[in-house]
Design a protein around this ligand. Structure first.
Ligand SMILES: NC(=O)C1=CN([C@@H]2O[C@H](COP(=O)(O)OP(=O)(O)OC[C@H]3O[C@@H](n4cnc5c(N)ncnc54)[C@H](O)[C@@H]3O)[C@@H](O)[C@H]2O)[C@@H](O)CC1
Ligand SMILES: [K+]
Length: 497
């Protein structure tokens, strides 16, 4: 905020007025003047200042407002004080909450605006402030949190979960906060959105050089278009290695995905028992086979551009021995998933044989086998960064906000939803990333772009189908729409959208 204030003529007070007015407008456009009781709880810093501005606008628009100052300290910020006076000039004085006896009655049908703590929180809430947060949580009332749910930290883990307000919706300023994207904070946030308050974004980027929130605008420049002289030889050859008796579906899905994303040629290498299944379900693919029911020899003749390995391949001793020999020989770029990751976790000495910038796509359990246990999500990210740096590989940590890690750089995905929580969706992702690398996408871009598109299919599908009926195959059905959507311009949204 200080950078914006120094670099432009806008004062800190004006910035607060602007930010908080956007919050008011958000609420006003939804309530349309309804006579619902609104409780605005303000701290004594600038988050509280936001609350006072919101309360003033609500009063001026005739809402049924109760404004409170949570008096946990007498170190009021100057912007808080100015807005405190402005509010007094137009309305009744905010009520001061000094202890539990001052807590107001809050009903389930009311609305609470939480402007107690924002990004300035530097220790966990205690005393009557903590009790107030618990009191609000217990009412189960709808809460609109300003910038942060009070009690949640911007840069470290919550240690006392009972001291955090559980927000119904959070309006945060300027950038999505890393803390919002970590699974451990899931229970404090329901939905959230970013309000653009015109802060100096260069400054924010230089504050967080390593964290990128990936949206459509970030992936459009990665897209590689084709021209009329293009031929299939220009789009590489993907080889998918995987499968075992009973798990031929995994390798089939990955093979289909590599084709569907545009790999010029696709081959699969799998146990003999899967030969007909694959040839029939994916006629476009070429197939080579290993022993009857398991991968054992890894003696394929295909000379691929990139190999995606792991889906459904199992971790039996024979498969493990062959995998080790394969890795020691292999010089081809790799995408490694599922059981291939589990085999790596069992024998870490193999990690040294991975080609530079191999892409590893673990789900949380597989990641834990690779990295060991972590105390919290911040430590998980630190461990993942060290792992990526040490072995010079790209990690794709799958989850609600899949995170691609390339050494110090974090790319957090914005697309996707629980429809993707279905068997086989990981196999499809492996195929997509493999197929992108085949076409000449550098591994990092293939990982970021692939994860984005994979998630986008589920977002688009939900406009027509349900979470339940979405399967791994549905991802492939919507891949075309996900790509076309890149070039679809959103209608100009108003400031409240
Ligand atoms: N001009 C600006 O600076 C703007 C600031 N904005 C708001 O300002 C907020 C940040 O304001 P502040 O930096 O004043 O901080 P907060 O209002 O988040 O916190 C208030 C103060 O409480 C104290 N404190 C921290 N943890 C405590 C605890 N556990 N118990 C008791 N006291 C504690 C701190 O000293 C802090 O200064 C943002 O989150 C945002 O809501 C927005 O209005 C946008 C413009
Ligand atoms: K807040």
């Amino acid at each position: 905020d200080k950078a914006t204030i120094n670099n432009t003529k806008i004062t800190s007070l004006e910035l607060m007025e602007h930010a908080a007015t956007l919050c008011f407008e958000w609420l006003h456009s939804r309530l349309q003047g309804q006579n619902i009781k609104i409780h605005v709880f303000c701290g004594i810093g600038n988050n509280g200042g936001d609350g006072l501005v919101i309360a003033r606008h609500l009063f001026q628009h005739g809402y049924n407002v109760n404004c409170y100052v949570v008096n946990f300290s007498d170190k009021r910020s100057p912007e808080f004080l100015t807005n405190y006076n402005r509010l007094k000039e137009i309305a009744e004085w905010p009520k001061i909450i000094n202890d539990e006896g001052d807590f107001p009655e809050v009903d389930f049908e009311d609305i609470v605006i939480d402007a107690i703590f924002g990004i300035g929180l530097n220790r966990k809430p205690s005393g009557f402030t903590k009790k107030l947060i618990q009191y609000i949580n217990n009412t189960k009332v709808f809460t609109l949190a300003i910038d942060f749910p009070s009690g949640m930290f911007g840069d470290k883990s919550v240690t006392d979960k009972s001291s955090v307000l559980r927000a119904g919706h959070t309006l945060t300023f300027q950038t999505p906060k890393l803390a919002f994207l970590l699974p451990e904070n899931n229970e404090f946030l329901n939905t959230w959105e970013v309000l653009d308050i015109g802060l100096d974004t260069n400054f924010i980027e230089s504050l967080l050089p390593t964290t990128h929130y990936i949206t459509k605008n970030d992936v459009i420049p990665m897209y590689q278009s084709r021209n009329k002289w293009s031929h299939k030889g220009m789009f590489g050859h993907s080889l998918i290695i995987g499968g075992s008796f009973g798990k031929i579906g995994a390798v089939t899905l990955a093979t289909k995905a590599a084709l569907k994303i545009g790999s010029g040629l696709v081959s699969a290498y799998l146990p003999k028992c899967g030969y007909q299944i694959l040839q029939i379900s994916v006629p476009e693919a070429m197939v080579e086979v290993d022993s009857e029911k398991l991968l054992t020899y890894y003696n394929f003749k295909t000379k691929p551009t990139v190999i995606g390995i792991g889906p459904g391949m199992g971790t039996t001793d024979k498969t493990a021995v062959g995998f080790e020999a394969f890795l020691k020989e292999n010089k081809t770029q790799l995408v490694i998933d599922a059981d291939a990751l589990n085999l790596l976790s069992k024998n870490e000495s193999l990690l040294q044989y991975l080609p530079n910038k191999s892409v590893l796509t673990p789900h949380p359990k597989e990641l834990q086998r690779l990295l060991g246990v972590w105390k919290n999500d911040y430590e998980k990210l630190e461990k993942a960064i060290s792992f990526s740096t040490k072995y010079n590989v790209i990690l794709v940590i799958k989850g609600a906000h899949t995170t691609v890690i390339d050494e110090q750089q974090l790319y957090i995905n914005s697309t996707g939803n629980p429809a993707l929580a279905t068997g086989g969706s990981g196999d499809v992702l492996t195929g997509i990333i493999t197929g992108l690398i085949a076409q000449g996408y550098q591994p990092l871009h293939a990982a970021i772009f692939g994860v984005y598109l994979h998630g986008k299919t589920a977002d688009l599908a939900l406009q027509k189908t349900s979470y339940e009926t979405f399967t791994a195959t549905t991802i492939l059905d919507y891949l075309a729409e996900a790509i076309l959507d890149l070039f679809h311009q959103e209608e100009i949204a108003d400031s409240e959208a």
